[in-house]
Design a protein. Structure first.
Length: 274
């Protein structure tokens, strides 16, 4: 009987240990200097080189296609294009040209519930536009201007409420974007801003995993942070050292969280030391 109880307690302790130890997911980032794809472990903050993607202008937006299990990336400037990127090798395959004019540092997110690929920014920070992209052909369609003020979205996410959000460099804040009327009252800033200690800089990233976590990247302060989407406030998770390149885009890469720590046999035995 004692063996049965011990086995049950061990099983419960192991399950509790994994659930309570914290977990990590894989984020993916690109730079434009080396034109590489990197994997970031959110448990250890180790940055691993996946490979050289070789796309000349680099990617200013990155997102994960959960159906195809590949990353999608958009390039910059008047020749902006959509690529698929192998998550294991970094090999990039051209899908097609956006054909919507000038695209500057921005973001990309795939709303797979609606089958819509959203991108930013078309135009300029003085006249910024949100657009959609056909994921099969790469052709872009302008949705509309974003508000009446300058904006420079460093990344886009779909919130748990199904709405589109952007991380704005100009206002140092998260914005909700009304995709039916991008210039209307439904496009609004969330809260009073990210808060002190985060310097977004000219480029960055914004992504959400499948477990309710939203991550941002600030190029000037070289930090990964989380955002409370109800208040818009940010919390710094990690600051990279100078050996890590400046990232231009950030994306979650699928998969369930993995345990950072494991419950030891010593800790299980301590349950009986009473």
């Amino acid at each position: 009987m004692m063996r049965i109880i011990l086995a049950a307690v061990v099983t419960i302790a192991l399950l509790a240990g994994v659930a309570g130890a914290g977990a990590s997911v894989a984020l993916y980032a690109t730079d434009v200097v080396n034109r590489n794809l990197y994997r970031i472990d959110t448990g250890t903050w180790e940055v691993t080189l996946v490979g050289f993607h070789g796309v000349p202008s680099g990617f200013c937006g990155l997102t994960y296609d959960r159906d195809q299990e590949v990353l999608l990336g958009i390039t910059r400037y008047s020749t902006a294009r959509l690529y698929s990127i192998d998550i294991n090798t970094a090999s990039a395959t051209l899908i097609g040209s956006l054909g919507i004019g000038y695209v500057y540092e921005g973001g990309l997110v795939f709303d797979q519930e609606r089958g819509t690929l959203y991108g930013a920014n078309a135009g300029s920070n003085e006249d910024p536009h949100i657009f959609t992209i056909n994921p099969a052909s790469g052709a872009g369609t302008i949705l509309g201007r974003v508000g009446s003020e300058p904006h420079d979205f460093a990344g886009l996410v779909i919130g748990q409420d199904g709405e589109l959000y952007g991380l704005d460099r100009e206002t140092h804040a998260v914005w909700k974007v009304d995709t039916e009327d991008t210039d209307g009252p439904g496009t609004e800033q969330i809260g009073s801003g990210l808060g002190a200690g985060i310097d977004l800089g000219p480029v960055g990233g914004f992504t959400a995993d499948d477990f309710g976590n939203v991550y941002g990247y600030a190029s000037n302060s070289h930090q990964i942070f989380t955002v409370d989407m109800a208040t818009g406030a940010a919390t710094v998770l990690h600051t990279f050292d100078s050996s890590v390149p400046t990232f231009y885009a950030l994306s979650y890469g699928g998969g369930a969280p993995s345990a950072v720590e494991e419950t030891s046999w010593t800790s299980i035995k301590a349950l009986f030391a009473r």
